[in-house]
Design a protein around this ligand. Sequence first.
Ligand SMILES: [Zn+2]
Length: 227
Amino acid sequence: MYQHLLNLFFPKSCAGCHSFLLTDELVICTQCRHEIPLTNHHKIEQNEVIQKFYGRITLEFGASLFYFHKKGIVQEMMHKLKYKGHQEIGTTVGHWYAKELKNLEQIKNIDYIIPVPLHKKRLRERGYNQVEGFGKALSKNLNIPYEDHVLHRKLHTKTQTNKDLLGRIDVIDSVFEASFSENHHGKHFLLIDDVITTGSTLESCSRALLKIPDVKISIVCMAMSHQ
Ligand SMILES: [Zn+2]
């Protein structure tokens, strides 16, 4: 009732199209929910996420919930999540994806959910890691611990520019590092991020995690860029 009155005086707007939300609509309106481009990756064995990392990282499982198109609903949502403080978007997407992933065999042996970390300076500026709401909602619904202390970002990625190819690979490998104990040996990590574009961030995160003996890597993202 209170929420209803609140919405009456301060209607919330859809994160995809700016139209006002009805009381029972969460984050995006019913029309956007129908129009949002779903990948159905979790139903496809050799899907585009797995293919993206061919020859780079061997994944146990990989999937993205949405396709990301320029000027589309998903771009609007990701922008609001990342730059406008709308952390509830990540949480809602996490609950949504958890429902799809819950009964998959590949999900059942995952030990930890690990977010792609922000640099400390960026974290201070923004106040939150945009992947956290997504990761914690997955964690809660899939019953897998959320662990944001294993992976760290050491340098600003800006230092990658203007290097030759070999130099650049060195820098990418040194951007992330894993702090681990024997408890992390042999574990299966689910790396999560907001949007996959080239995959280079996730690749370097995976390389850092693969320094832990006998680990397995899976990747789940909210969206994947698509032409
Ligand atoms: Zn909408």
